[in-house]
Design a protein around this ligand. Sequence first.
Ligand code: ZN
Ligand code: ZN
Length: 141
Amino acid sequence: MPRPAQGRRVITVLEPRRVKVQGDLFHGRVPEGAVYAGRAAPGLRRSPFNNPHRVGKPCGACAGAVHTLDEALTLYSAHLDANPELVERARQELAGHDLACWCGLSGRCHVDELLRRANDATRHFSSAHQMPQTSREEATT
Ligand SMILES: [Zn+2]
Ligand SMILES: [Zn+2]
C-alpha cells in the first residue's frame, strides 16, 4: 500500500467535528468553542442550520408526516440544496467550528452533512494542490 500523501495530517488537528450538547433537555449546554446547530431548546437559541425535518414525530415542515432518520437526513440535504444562501452562511459562520447537537455521537445526525458543507470551501482552499480524482470511464452496460 502506498503511504498517504504528505501534508494531509496538518489539517486533521483543526478538523471541526460534531460534539454533543451537555446537560439535560432543560439545561442544555454547548461545549466550549462549539456552535449549536439544533432546534430551539431551553437555554439554547434555535440555530438557523437546524434540520426542519424531525425524526419519529410529526414533521411540521411536511404536514405531520413522520420521518425515519434516513428520510430526515435526505430531506436535510435537499433543504440545503434548495437554500444555497444558507450553505453560504454556514461556510462563513461555521467553517472551522465544532458543531453541537443533541444526537449521540455514535449515530448519524444532520450536523454531519452540515459540517461537510460548511467546511467544503476551506478544504478546497487548503488542498488546492491535490489533483481531483478523475472518473474512470468503464463500460458497465
Ligand atoms: Zn419533514
Ligand atoms: Zn443531531
